[in-house]
Design a protein around this ligand. Sequence first.
Ligand code: MG
Length: 388
Amino acid sequence: MKKLTILSASCLSACTLFAGLYGDTPDDRHAWAVHDRNRPNPVKVTAAPGLPPSDAVVLFDGTEKTFANWCDKKGEPTKWKLVDGALESVKGAGYISTKQSFGDCQLHIEWASPSKVEGVGQGRGNSGVFLMGMYEIQVLDSFETDPSKDPNPNPNYADGQASAVYAENPPLVNASRAPGEWQTYDIIFHQPVWEGEKMVWPGSVTVLHNGVLTQDHWEMEGLTTHCRRRPLQPHAVKLPLQLQDHGNPVRYRNIWIREIPSRYANKTHGGPAACRAEVMKLRSETAAKLFAKIDTSKTDAATLCALLEVISYCKEPPYTDILKKTCCAYKARVEAMNDAALDNAKGELSSVKNALAVLRRNSVIGKECKMCALLDSIWERKGWNKKK
Ligand code: MG
């Protein structure tokens, strides 16, 4: 981009009138400035203690109604049971599956292995949370794995205990509660990202087990299987959540899910998928919206500052032409001010000076600028640079 030569800036003053340019301006990878007041605020979500967030999909809350959100893998009614407000696995019934499909998500799920301790190893309290039906966060009675500390331990391979990414990564710590006690998983899951058959990113899973971090942004290495390493493969971007029947009457309750965006969905502001064309498109749209609010027949300080903000997004005609005209007119007015008028106008002059400083700091405008030179000379002559 060519640089405007009519503008530049110097130090900032605390006395300004107009909101606008402040943080570093948009660039090729960022459609918004730092602290950009034009950037949309996030949608509000309410989240009362102990309740699902207002935008969550409640998959199971102990009622018959939400029990109906589930089916078997073939879409037929599940043989799992609704027992005392819990969803209980039934041996031989097979996996239970949500009727609705999901991709990247935040999942809350509570589970309990049987209070009657039976079996050993992978045969004790085994189930599993299968994200997209492909990636298992293990559910197992892993309360005590050390034979020296418990007369009835459940020693096991580390990558198969509770909160493991099964067959890949053990939990960072064992946060398991005793058999029969309710436990929580809070899971943040991002599916792998593909461009055709080429993997762009393997995805990740983060797990809090009973509030304790056990999987810290683990990047998946494969699709869950047993004994073997099974490479990641492309699949549908939305698939059902599944819970495993491994022959043990594991119970579940309070299951809710929130769909979340992939960080690769963001192409307009930072992150790994920032795309210059998309960034510039949004910058142009923002510039047009801001410009539409400006009365370009005016040449006052507020109009000048608004135009300076517009070119921080898009430094193209007609914005630059109108800015040049406005700036020249405003400069002529300032040059005609006597000392008293300058004192009265200090606030608006500071706003212009600050806006120019931000643009010059970010190389939106060049260092040589007659308006800046004029303001610098005024500041010097009036002693406004001196600290009091
Ligand atoms: Mg399992």
